[in-house]
Design a protein around this ligand. Structure first.
Ligand code: TRP
Length: 418
C-alpha cells in the first residue's frame, strides 16, 4: 500500500524528499528566483516544496488578487513550532494577498476531545500571536461560521469513505465527527474564494497537512461544472454537471465552438487561460462555485531542542511564547547541539551546525542577518565557537524576542475577540 501521512500523529516520521517524490510535491527551487525581497524562509530554503505555487508567484508579480489561508487547532498554547506558518501568512498578506485564518475548534473537539471553553481560550492566544506578527484579515471559528459549515457540507458531497480510507486510513471505527473535521478543512481551504471571489489561494502548511491539500484539490475539480483543457490542436471544454442552459451559454460565447454530447470543442487560436476565465464566470452565473485550484507550500520542520521533533508532548523540546525567562534558559542551555564529546575534540574537529538544534533555531527565527548566521556557522565548524558561548548568545536573542513579542501581544490583545 502507498505510504500515508497521518496529520493527527504526534510525531510523524517524515523523510521530506522521499515524500515529495512519492506524492508529487514540487521543489520550491524554480519558484524562488521569481520572488523579490525574499524573507528568511524563502532565502534559506526553509520553504522546500509546493503545489501550484506558480499561480501565487504570478499573482504577486502581476499584482493580481489572491488569498492566503491557514488553520490552527486550538488544542494547546501556541509555541515556536507555529511561528513559521504564521510568518508565511503575514508575508503573503504584505505581498498583496487577502488573509484568512481558521481556528479549527471543530477539529480540536472531534480529534483531541477539547472542550469548547478550552478551544476559545487557546484560540485567543493564537489570535494575539497572529495580530502581534502583523496579521490583517479575517480570523474565524469553524464552529461559529455558518457559511463555512454549508461549504463543508457541499464539499462532503464529493468525498466518499473509500477516499477517506485511502488517504487517512479511516476505518469502521473512525468517528463520524473526525471525518466531518476533514470536510471542514476542505471547506476552510475553499472559503476565501467563497467570500472573496475565485482567485488563487496559498495555504502554507507543514508536510503533515498535505493529505488535506490533495483531497481539497480533488474536491475542487469535482465541484466544477466545466473542465477546460488545452489539447494543442483545440481546446476542450468538458461539461461535467452543467445544465443544458449553461452548456448553451458557453457554446454561444466562443467563435467556432462545436457542441457535442457533454463537451464543447474550440478551434485553435483561442487562449486557454482566457477561455478558462470566461467559462468560470459562466459557471458562476449558473449557480456553480467556479473555484480555482488552491496552492500550498511545505516548510521543513524546526528540529526540537532535544534533537527529535519539536512536539508539545515533549515540553523540553520547544520554547513556548509564554515561557518565563527561567524556563527558556533551562531549555536553551540544556539543548542538544552539534558539539563534540570534549572541548578538545571540538576545537580540533569543529562542531556540526547542520545537526544542531540551536543553529536551526537561529536559522529559522533568531538570526535574520545572513552574514551573522554565516559567521556563526563558520566559527562553529572551525572549532572557534564553543556551544556554551553560542547558547548564551542565542538565549539573549530568545529572551529579547520573547519580551518584545509579549509586549506586542499585549498591545493587540483587544483585537483577539470573535
Ligand atoms: N488540521 C490543521 C492542524 O492540525 C489545522 C487546520 C484546519 C488547517 N483547517 C486548516 C490548516 C486549513 C491549513 C488549512 O493543525
Amino acid at each position: 500500500m502507498a505510504e500515508q501521512i497521518n496529520p493527527w500523529s504526534s510525531a510523524p516520521k517524515v523523510d521530506i524528499n522521499r515524500l515529495f517524490e512519492e506524492f508529487g510535491i514540487e521543489s520550491f527551487a524554480a519558484q524562488k528566483p521569481l520572488l523579490k525581497d525574499q524573507p528568511v524562509f524563502i532565502r534559506r530554503d526553509i520553504v522546500a516544496g509546493h503545489r501550484g505555487y506558480e499561480a501565487i508567484s504570478e499573482a504577486i508579480r502581476m499584482k493580481k488578487p489572491f488569498h492566503v489561508l491557514t488553520g490552527f487547532m486550538p488544542s494547546g498554547h501556541p509555541h515556536f513550532g507555529h511561528l513559521m506558518v504564521m510568518k508565511e501568512v503575514v508575508w503573503h498578506i504584505n505581498q498583496g494577498g487577502r488573509g484568512f485564518i481558521s481556528i479549527a475548534d471543530r477539529e480540536a473537539h472531534a480529534v483531541r476531545g477539547l472542550s469548547w471553553d478550552f478551544c476559545d481560550k487557546y484560540a485567543r492566544e493564537y489570535m494575539e500571536c497572529l495580530y502581534a506578527l502583523g496579521f490583517k484579515g479575517e480570523i474565524y471559528s469553524q464552529r461559529k461560521n455558518n457559511l463555512l459549515k454549508d461549504l463543508a457540507f457541499e464539499a462532503a458531497t464529493k468525498i466518499n469513505f473509500s477516499e477517506l480510507s485511502a488517504i487517512y486510513g479511516f476505518g469502521p471505527e473512525t468517528e463520524l465527527a473526525h471525518a466531518m473535521s476533514v470536510a471542514m478543512q476542505v471547506g476552510d481551504i475553499l472559503y476565501p474564494q467563497l467570500v472573496g471571489g475565485a482567485a488563487p489561494t496559498i495555504v502554507p502548511v507543514g508536510i503533515d497537512q498535505d493529505p488535506h491539500i490533495r483531497l481539497t484539490r480533488d474536491v475542487t475539480k469535482a465541484l466544477r461544472m466545466f473542465l477546460v483543457e488545452d489539447r494543442g490542436s483545440h481546446i476542450s471544454i468538458r461539461a461535467k454537471k452543467a445544465t443544458p442552459e449553461a452548456i448553451d451559454a458557453v457554446a454561444k460565447r466562443f467563435k467556432g465552438a462545436k457542441k457535442y454530447e457533454g463537451h464543447i470543442d474550440l478551434p485553435a487560436g483561442h487562449n486557454a487561460a482566457e477561455v478558462d476565465e470566461i467559462v468560470r464566470s459562466i459557471e458562476q452565473e449558473f449557480g456553480g462555485f467556479g473555484f480555482m485550484l488552491p496552492s500550498s507550500t511545505y516548510h521543513s520542520f524546526l528540529q526540537g531542542l532535544q534533537g527529535g521533533k519539536m512536539s508539545s508532548s515533549v515540553p523540553e523540546s520547544l520554547v513556548w511564547f509564554d515561557d518565563t525567562e527561567k524556563d527558556a534558559k533551562k531549555k536553551i542551555m540544556g539543548a542538544l547541539t552539534g558539539g563534540r564529546q570534549t572541548l578538545e575534540e571540538q576545537k580540533q574537529l569543529g562542531g556540526e551546525p547542520e545537526k544542531c538544534s540551536i543553529y536551526q533555531l537561529n536559522k529559522f527565527h533568531m538570526q535574520e542577518d545572513d552574514k551573522e548566521l554565516a559567521k556563526m556557522c563558520e566559527a562553529c565548524k572551525a572549532g572557534e565557537l564553543m556551544c556554551g558561548t553560542c547558547k548564551k548568545e542565542t538565549l539573549e536573542r530568545v529572551l529579547t524576542f520573547l519580551k518584545e513579542f509579549k509586549e506586542k501581544r499585549d498591545e493587540v490583545s483587544h483585537m483577539a475577540e470573535w
